[in-house]
Design a protein around this ligand. Sequence first.
Ligand code: COS
Length: 386
Amino acid sequence: MAFDPEIRDALVEQVRRFVREICVPAEAKVAEDDAVPGEIVDEMKQLGLFGLAVPEQYGGLGLDMETECLVGFELGWTSPAFRSAAGTNIGIGSQALVLFGTEEQKNTYLPGIASGDIITSFALTEPEAGSDAGGLKTKATPDGNGYVLNGNKRYITNANVADLFTVMARTDPDEPGAKGVSAFIVPRDTPGLSVGKPEKKMGQQGAQICDVNFDNARIDGDMRIAGEGEGFKVAMSVLDKGRLHISSVCTGMMDRLISEMVNYAMEREQFGKPIMQHQLIQAMIADSQAEAYAARCMILDAARKRDAGENVTMLASCCKMFASEAVGRVADRAVQVFGGAGYVADYCVERFFRDARIFRLYEGTTQIQQIIIARELSRAAKRGEI
Ligand code: COS
């Protein structure tokens, strides 16, 4: 469903004001405290940010992908920790339920996810299964009318605050690959589930990642999402959407870094004139702007195609690869334009440089996106489409 343009514009404008007036001034404090203040999280809930991608009938805003990306561009303007507070509810934490949940599962959990009363988390990665997600080892052993979970998940975003986990686990021990995996929703208070301490990270302070451990954690059979053996497809479909969302956040960060670069370069003088008038500085800024514009165009194109019901697996990987690599280059140039000041923590470009690094890693590394793109092209060729 295409979103009413007036409602869309009003929402984007509201998020823009919230980001620039509330989040930006709080960035340094969030980085220092390694936490987003509770009152800002409450404001995000009131704005409906936790329920952006939950259908209206379950209490969310039910945005189409295009509008979600427009909101993502705005959220990307500030520290990613703010986006991350609601990010798992918008994306990978809720979408298995939205896309594949039963009516009962949706009615039980989605209203709380949309309001932000239930924080969700997506538990796919394991110590031995990162890029090779299909090789995961966490077991879900059938037991009566339910399953018993055993295993460890690693670097799980928002695990420390999550109330509900989407967990991918192996139900078929004889099938070592993707086909043996099923998806489950697992409440935080399930006996046998424990969460490790937050990791110390390079960047994105204010957003936490932790291990999640299952030690004979028993869940009922009705907590499985989709059929046995369909969990890997559930996870991959969720990631198709998540990768577009992350791409939009990368693009918002590029816009912010360009604004920081231009404003600094207009003020800072060297060799008797503002450095903005030096052509080598102009080149770095111009390259950054062209990349941000290219990312914006490709993301909106892919989002519209997803909204029209097309398979966007390859396009989502193109967007994720391009936007996450581009924001790395833009952040590097921003440090360069700031010179020595760019290496000093007083200026936000130092922090954004560190924050940007994870975008090339999570929700699939650049190398995984390349594999997906090449694979999809080979398949299209086999079908005679290219
Ligand atoms: N949507 C729906 N189904 C999908 C899919 C998608 N985007 N991608 C794959 N599948 C299906 C395939 O169609 C296949 O099913 P069939 O055998 O019935 O055709 C099944 O899932 C297995 O797919 P595939 O053979 O491609 O699996 P691989 O083990 O080769 O792995 C990659 C594929 C590498 C692409 C996958 O493991 C991956 O994305 N890894 C990165 C994981 C990741 O992003 N981790 C970040 C954690 S979240 S922060």
